[in-house]
Design a protein around this ligand. Sequence first.
Ligand code: NZQ
Ligand code: ZN
Length: 389
Amino acid sequence: MQNFVFHNPTKVLFGRQTLAAIGSETRLLGKRALLVYGQESLRASGTLAQIKGHLHQAGVSCAEFGGIQANPLLSKVRQGILKVRAEEIEVIIGAGGGSVIDTAKAIAAGSMVAHDVWKFFTGKKSVRATLPLLAVSTLPGSGSEMNHGMVLTHDQSREKFGFGHRLLHPQTAILDPELTFSLPAEQTAYGAVDAICHILEFYLSTQDPDTPVQDRLMEGLINNGMEACERCLADPCDYEARASLMWTACLALNGLTAAGLGRIEMVMHLLEHSLSGLYDTPHGAGLAALLPGWLHHFARSRPERLAQLGAGLFPRSGTGDDRERRLNHCIEAFLGWLEAIQVPTSLEALQIPSQDHPRIAAHTSGLAKVWRMRQYSPAFFEDILQGCR
Ligand code: NZQ
Ligand code: ZN
């Protein structure tokens, strides 16, 4: 196990009716709130009205900033920063999925600086302070509600860049599983795939050969994410299943799973951010489509590690001496699960033709430079894409 610092300052309020605490929790952070939310779902489910009611009762004034789209845009963040300044906002609330919470984070950080907020994402500037931030998660997947990351797309260049800083942890996260009952099946599945892929990236890229605590933790979370997702799809109002998926997604990317693994890489995310930047695909759908090529890459480059994962996830694939057979069984079992939850399992299913591979690979290489992963060439990315047709 490698040395690590685990520091996650986000206070989590988890469970039924925890949304009712949003007024008092926000009041601890400020009296004038900017409420950031998405397009339709919050209004349709009645959650928006509930939040406004609780804030009003607690004496918090609320300026609304809705209309955040999936794969959120830089231009919207810039508008939000102007609104914060015009209305002398003291605290930011992001209520929605990862796109909303990431936008709220970027507004919270961008409001504190004179330079353009995009400079954080290109690595030209770092965060020194943020407005206080409260997150209400309505979609388990990204983990943004309890982590220090944010991802934005540049409207013109379509670069989809991520940035992490310890000050971007929300002060408070409200996780009420009942808020996720309204999720459509495909968003539930995409979120589950995203959470599972966060763990897979860590599990397969660590170079430390002896990390039993983390391995059991990650295998358990992946197993749990798969099972909870199936239960949510069978019954969208199964509270225990929704709760299980919500907490799994949160733990997958809140620093816990990666602690002690040493250097880890998120190559599949690197590629996916190009897909969703260029084609506006849902993040989880892009990851699902990339998984076949990516797993085959690991079958070649880290067969022992993939075999261990297979044994942890699909016990029947873990037996026998024939490693080749065990690896194939692991990949087939994974792809079978993706098909069962009805997510795309190829680039073709996302209508992305193979002629586009060089363009995607070149775009990904640009992002790799910002993520300091220059060792990966466009040819490497094209090779993975070939495996995802
Ligand atoms: O816009 P509305 O109408 O609210 O609908 C949203 C949106 O269309 C809908 N939705 C959310 N909660 C709902 C709901 N519909 C019904 N009921 C609910 N309770 O779901 C759709 C997708 O929302 P979005 O926020 O885009 O999804 P997700 O949470 O998967 O977030 C994806 C974004 O997070 C980034 C991704 O790149 C992508 O931009 N990521 C952020 C990370 C981070 N901050 O650490 C890490 C991740 O790897 C990821 O990159
Ligand atoms: Zn992700």
